[in-house]
Structure formats: C-alpha cells, structure tokens
Write a protein that binds this ligand. Sequence first.
Ligand code: TMP
Length: 256
Amino acid sequence: MSRRRRIYEGKAKILYEGPEPGTLVQYFKDDATAFNAQKKGVISGKGVLNNSISEYLMTRLSEIGVPNHFIRRLSLREQLIHEVEIVPIEVVVRNIAAGSFSKRFGIAEGTPLPRSIVEFYYKSDELGDPMVTEEHITAFNWAHTQDLDDMVALALRVNDYLSGLFLGVGVKLVDFKLEFGRVYNEHGDVRIILADEISPDSARLWDVQTNEKLDKDRFRQDLGNVEGAYREIARRLGVLPEAEVTELRGSQQAAL
Ligand code: TMP
C-alpha cells in the first residue's frame, strides 16, 4: 500500500489514490472511535470484516438500482471505489429508538418508531457532528434541495431493502448512517451516489430473538465480544472472509 499516495485518513478508513483517474482505494482499519473520538480502541479483524460486509451490501444495493461508489474488492482490507465529492452531511435513518435519539427524546431504547425517521448531521469533528435541518444545509450551501431530496429518497430505499435483507438473517435494522457524494459526468452533469461504508460501525443491528447487540454499541458501551458481533453479522450474511473462516476453524478445533 505504501506505493500509493494517501489522499485522506479518517478514524476507521484510509483513502489512497486509485489505479485510474476517478478511482480511489478504500482501506479499512481496525481502529474504532466513539463519542467524537473521545473513546479510542482497536477491534482486531474489524477492517477485514467491514470490508467484506460493506462489499456485500453495496453490491446488493447496486443490483436494486441504488447507485454507489463500490467497484470491487481488491484484498482483505481494500476495495476499489469511485472518487466522489463527499456531501458533508450524515443521513441517519431510524426504525427503532436507540442511542442519541433515545437520549434526546427520552424514549426507551428498543421502542419501535411510528414510522422511519430521517435525520441530518453536519460532518464536523470540531463541532461534534451537530444535528441540522434542511434550512441549515441549504443556507450554508452544504447541499442543494435537489441533492437532499435525492439523498432522502435513496436513504429510504436503502432502509426498505436492508430491513428485509437483515430480517432474513434474523437481524433487526435499528438505525444506520449513510454518506453520499457527487460524481460529475463528461458533460458536467452532477449525480448523487451512496459512498463511505455500511457495516456494524455505521448501523445498529440487533438479533431478532434476543435483541443482542451485534454492532459498534458493544464497543461504545463496553459490552465485550465486539469482534464476535462483527463476525456474527458477516457469518449470517454468508460473507465471512476466508482468513476469518480459517481462524474460526482453528479456534473451534483448539476448543475440542
Ligand atoms: P446515534 O444514535 O449515536 O445518533 O447514531 C445513529 C446511527 O448512526 C447509529 O447506527 C450509529 C451511526 N453513527 C455513525 O455511523 N457515526 C457517527 O459518528 C454517529 C454519531 C453515529
């Protein structure tokens, strides 16, 4: 990887220059942060699992016509993606109350919401990603009304599709965060596509039967077995990477 020029390093991923113009290599780290990086740690194997989980979900979404940045997986921790101009807005979709929503509105975690609720947060580490409305977003020119309409429509389609997909493997999609980017064609026309990742880092995923948390809340709340939760999501989706399968077999054999 050192041969490639580093374009950007975030908390959980690094972006390198891609092999062709308009492409980037997205590298998944094991680093985890929470509460705007006040809490830091390492979830060993997370990068490999998130690369594989995100590949699977983005591929399924492409098949149903949700445009996204994923091109192909390159290695255990790397995927080739389309370079986009990131819209500095995080779009959160919630189906069940949890996290900051439960705190803000005093609604017990686990309460089903009367309908899916879409929220916007401004991407700013200095400000701690404040919640914003369409008014702020358009007034400060972070995105145009048309961009936002596209983002909300795509986010709701992603929610419908992924809710069903996860339910099929015994998992409730409680909430998740999406990021979008702009791509320009040769005529200068702009299009909004889904970017970043979809993984247990960016979604709350609970077992349907037990409500066991199978996502980054295990790290945020010190619940233990964080790696095991990520691995369980990959296993249920049928995308446990070969390296992990080998490791799992090894540990199962050791336990015999
Ligand atoms: P919240 O309840 O903390 O606002 O989180 C809502 C969803 O967004 C949850 O699935 C976790 C995800 N999320 C991120 O991916 N990145 C973030 O920085 C935050 C705060 C939440």
